[in-house]
Design a protein around this ligand. Structure first.
Ligand code: HEC
Ligand code: HEC
Length: 292
């Protein structure tokens, strides 16, 4: 009966679709992004970070990189770097958000936790020539960002977005390059919410290393090294951004502490949040016993 009257059919179909749309797409705005989702620690971008964010969009980095750690355990383990999955409150200052879904490259929502180096040495090398750090990378080179930052619109952008900057904050932009800006942005991502660092065991003695036979674990240790360490210590442990790691003279307990806690001020990240104790000991054995 109804199908014989196309006009009424279209109107009814439209009404039904609109009900569905409102329930799934409009109504949720009532209860998401409310004051309850705010996270006190999440700070607005500084002018330099905001410029970096705009460059990130200009260069289309988001076409290869997503920025949201999903709630899946495997995602948290892979991209959390000691942090948790992404919360809506982390994105209150993102206009537009850059969550994306395309993961040609790794998720970058927490990249600031992975490379906490205040000088951004790893990023600088990687951005200029990604293959020099990750040989199999298909990320293009961005060496051309080493040019002066155009700050003509900086002040207007900040006003429009409602970020409360003082002139002193804006002066931070003077003499900076586009590369400085994009690295400042990378270093901020994921770092607002404090991460509870897993403490290295209070007493680490050489005896606590359960892996005394290098041969038995060599393959696994080498794979761990390639995945987590090679981009700074070299594919063959010859040393690049960090020192060479072959047959170290340091005691095992000290090596364990170094790897677990890192020396963030000097560019060595701590791995206690992303590698368990067993894995760290395997790396210690690998560094200590294998001088090849
Ligand atoms: C064609 C795709 C592509 C584009 C475009 C791209 N990347 Fe990448 N990116 C990758 C791939 C693949 C990797 C993983 C290998 C590597 O580390 O180089 C990566 C890695 C990274 C990493 C290191 C991630 C990690 O967990 O170690 C950062 C940081 C990064 N990219 C930033 C950027 C920025 C900033 C831009 C834009 C200026 C950009 N990328 C553009 C593909 C891309
Ligand atoms: C982002 C770069 C980076 C990554 C990734 C990295 N390191 Fe380092 N590492 C450094 C830097 C830089 C230093 C030097 C720190 C200093 O000067 O105190 C260092 C120092 C060290 C030292 C002390 C060496 C010595 O003789 O003084 C050890 C051991 C070490 N790293 C092990 C590792 C292991 C194992 C991994 C992988 C799980 C790793 N590092 C990943 C950058 C890195």
């Amino acid at each position: 009966m109804l199908e014989k009257n196309p006009v009424i059919f279209i109107i009814l179909a439209f009404v039904v679709i609109m009900i569905g749309t409102s329930v799934t797409m409009i109504a949720p705005f009532k209860w998401i992004n409310g004051p309850g989702d705010r996270i006190a620690e999440v700070k607005p971008y500084t002018p330099l970070q905001q410029e970096g964010r705009d460059l990130y969009m200009r260069e289309g980095c988001n076409n290869c990189h997503s920025q949201t750690v999903r709630t899946l355990a495997s995602d948290v383990e892979r991209y959390g770097y000691g942090g948790s999955y992404s919360k809506s409150g982390e994105f209150v200052y993102d206009r537009p958000h850059l969550w994306g879904s395309r993961r040609t490259g790794p998720d970058l929502a927490h990249i600031g936790l992975k490379f906490p180096d205040p000088n951004g040495a790893w990023h600088r090398k990687h951005m200029a020539n990604p293959q020099s750090v990750v040989p199999a990378s298909n990320m293009p080179s961005y060496a051309f960002l080493n040019k002066a930052l155009d700050t003509t619109y900086s002040e207007r952008k900040m006003k429009l977005l409602g970020f409360p900057y003082t002139q002193a904050d804006l002066d931070e932009l003077k003499g900076k390059s586009e590369m400085d800006a994009i690295i400042a942005y990378m270093r901020k991502l994921g770092t607002d919410i404090p991460v509870k660092k897993v403490e290295a065991p209070a007493v680490v003695s050489a005896q606590s290393n359960p892996f005394t036979d290098l041969k038995a674990i060599e393959e696994e240790a080498e794979a761990l090294y390639k995945k987590h360490c090679a981009s700074c210590h070299g594919e063959k442990r010859e040393g690049t951004l960090g020192p060479a790691l072959k047959g170290s003279a340091k005691p095992e307990a000290e090596l364990f502490k170094l790897i677990a806690q890192g020396v963030e001020a000097k560019g060595m990240p701590g791995f206690s949040g992303s590698l368990d104790e067993q894995k760290i000991w395997k790396l210690v054995t690998y560094i200590k016993l294998d001088a090849k």
